[in-house]
Each structure stands twice: as C-alpha cells, then as structure tokens.
Design a protein around this ligand. Structure first.
Ligand code: OSB
Ligand code: MG
Length: 368
C-alpha cells in the first residue's frame, strides 16, 4: 500500500458546555483532521492536541507544520505492507506524537476498510461493548458539579472522574462523597501538585477513589513512585506516559498501578498496542483517555478500548456531551448500562459527514 494524498483540514467546533482543567478552560475546539487516501480508499483520523501547549507541547499549528513539512513527506508515495510500519518511517521526528499518530491511525483505518473489517477487529479487539466513564471539568460552584454528576449517573455512566486542583479538591470530594457515597469516583489533577503537597494528598485516601490521575509534574515518573509509596489510593499516569518504555519504567518503579492510554499522546496504534501487551503481561489495567475529540477521534478511541487489557471504564462518552452535532453518523451513543457498542461497519465503522466537515472547515491543505 502507499498513501498518495493527505488532506489536512482544521475545523472549529464549539463545545456544548465549557470544559475546565487545572490548566485552563476550553469553550471551542480547533481540531485538525487528517484524511489519507490510498487507491480510492480514504482513512480518517484527528490530531488530538489541545488549542494551547498546556496539556502537551503540541497545538493545531505545530501539528500542521510537522505534518505538512516533515511527516507527510516521509510517508507520501512510499510503499509499505502494514500501517504499523509508518511509525518507524517517521522516527526521525522527535516528539510531536499526536501529529505522527494522526498519520498512522488514518492508515490503520484504510487498512481495515481494505480488509472489509471493523477497525477494532483488525486491531485484535475482543470487546463488543466498551465500559464508559465521564470526565467532568472544574465548575463555577460545587452545586453545579453535583448536578452534572447526577445527570451522568442517570445516563448510566459506570464511573465519574472529576478534575481537581489546589483549591478545588478536598471540599469538593467531601461534598461529592457525601452525596454519592458508593459510586466509582476518581480525580484527575493534570499535574497540579508537587511533593510538597504530600500531607495534603494523603487526605485524599479517605475518599476511596478508584485512582488519582497524574497528580505531579507532567514529565515525571520517578517522584510519582515516591508518592505512590505514601498513598493508599492508586496513582494513574496520563501525561507522563509516551510509549511502552515509559510504561515499563513506571511499572518497574512502582509509580502507578493503572495507566491511561491516549492514542495521540503515545504516538498512534502501534505504540498503544505495545503498551496494551506490556501492561497485560504485567497485570496493570489500562483505560482509554479522551481529548475532547470529535466523532473521528472518538471512533478511534472506541476501537482502542476493545483491546483485552482495557478493562476499566475510559473517558470515552457520548457525542452529545460535547457537540450540538457531531461529524460522524450515527453519533456515538451510550447504553443505559453505560457502554458503547463497537460498530459493525468496516474501518472506523461510522459514516464521515463530509458536508458537515466542509461547513466547519476554516482551512484545508492537500499534500501529495
Ligand atoms: O487529562 O484526561 C485529561 C481533556 C483534555 C485534556 C486532558 C484531559 C482531558 C479530559 C477529557 O479529561 C476527557 C474527555 O472527555 O474527552
Ligand atoms: Mg488526565
């Protein structure tokens, strides 16, 4: 197979409600879509970076630059057998995993479409239905958060994650636990604490959280191991894990008991598959994280979540929590049991709403 053309499109999509983390508030997404074409078949993906370099260094503009000027020239017109070979073809590019992932993931979509199989089956997924959780951002008031949690529980979601930061943590968790004593609950700090907060973080143990996600520095593994030794609550790493070696180091050091796998952050499917195999072997459960994706990124997250070791509910939830109207059809919906059914159709398994994408596009660039 060869990729003959890559089309980059930036779309703008307002979120139905703002999403706030310890590093800031998002109200409108800028999403870079990648369409890769091979022998009349299009594969689709999205670059999962944020608008700002606050979660990771990548932004839509850095990704467009890396894709157009470096990654696309490394793969366009070059023959390969399997989509997984694209990762080594782009290895000279240091960092920029989300940009590279978009190319590799689009190729996996092409490959699955050519095989006439749903992508999740092509990846070796075993789960026909994936367990779903929600990630709920920081709100203006605790009452707003309680109301949001009640709504998501009523919709069936199997676990609730709340975003925390200094000043939006103990009192909030106290209030949430008072109202919902038994739910599966976790907190995500997005690196808002340091080891100086040890005594403070110790107090989280009384809330019986499923896990505490990335409490310390985004680029740290070692000091998370020190923290994990001091806490009863399981630590889950997100920002710090970029590939299987990071996962292996984190496990060997005891820096976490759970790992959040994001397709973009780890550089695409071949890396995510490696992490899945490694963690399965080591007995460390994983789940699929979210990056406020459009339906295209969401469909990829669903496919990834069907792999065996994705045993915990992920941040993969219904389209309508994010968008007035999604760019895929049907939209992603969640069952009353809090699951998403893996699609039956080939490739991503959803129709791409090309007209809708056209209407949302702010610029488009064709690379050959
Ligand atoms: O840390 O998991 C995170 C969104 C943007 C950046 C980082 C994170 C998140 C989420 C949202 O938690 C997950 C989602 O609903 O897509
Ligand atoms: Mg996170």
């Amino acid at each position: 197979m060869k990729i003959e053309t890559i089309v980059l499109r930036e779309i703008r999509m307002p979120l139905v409600s703002f999403f706030e983390t310890s590093f800031g508030r998002t109200t409108e997404r800028r999403i870079l879509l990648v369409e890769a074409r091979s022998e009349g078949v299009s594969g689709w993906s999205e670059v999962t970076c944020g608008e700002t370099p606050f979660y990771s260094h990548e932004t839509p503009d850095t990704a467009a630059h890396i894709l157009a000027d470096f990654a696309a020239p490394m793969v366009l017109g070059k023959p390969f057998q399997r989509a997984a070979e694209l990762r080594p073809m782009m290895r000279l590019i240091r960092g920029h995993p989300m940009a590279k992932a978009a190319i590799e993931n689009a190729a996996w979509d092409i490959e699955a479409r050519q095989a006439g199989k749903p992508l999740w089956q092509h990846l070796g997924g075993t789960r026909r239905e994936i367990p779903c959780g929600v990630s709920i951002g920081i709100k203006n008031r605790i009452e707003d958060l309680i109301e949001a949690i009640a709504k998501e529980l009523a919709a069936g979601y199997q676990r609730i994650k709340i975003k925390i930061k200094p000043g939006w943590d103990l009192a909030v968790l106290e209030a949430v636990r008072r109202r919902f004593p038994e739910i599966r609950l976790m907190g995500d700090a997005n690196s808002a604490y340091t080891l100086d907060d040890l005594e403070h973080l110790r107090q989280f143990d009384r809330f019986k959280l499923m896990m505490l996600e990335q409490p310390l520095w985004h680029d740290d593994i070692y000091f998370h191991a020190r923290l994990q030794r001091e806490l009863q609550t399981a630590i889950c790493l997100d920002e710090a894990i970029h590939h299987a070696r990071d996962a292996e180091m984190a496990i060997e050091l005891g820096a976490c008991r759970i790992i959040n796998v994001k397709l973009g952050r780890v550089g695409g499917y071949s890396s995510a598959l490696e992490i899945e195999r490694l963690t399965r072997r080591k007995g460390i459960p994983v789940w699929c994280g979210g990056m406020l994706e459009s339906g295209i990124g969401r469909a990829h997250n669903i496919a990834l979540s069907t792999l065996e070791n994705f045993t915990l509910p992920g941040d993969v939830s219904a389209s309508k929590r994010y968008w007035q109207e999604d760019i895929i059809e049907p939209e992603v919906t969640v069952t009353p049991e809090g699951t998403i059914a893996a699609p039956e159709k080939p490739g991503l398994g959803y129709e791409i709403k090309q007209e809708r994408i056209r209407a949302l596009t702010v610029w488009e660039k064709t690379l050959v």
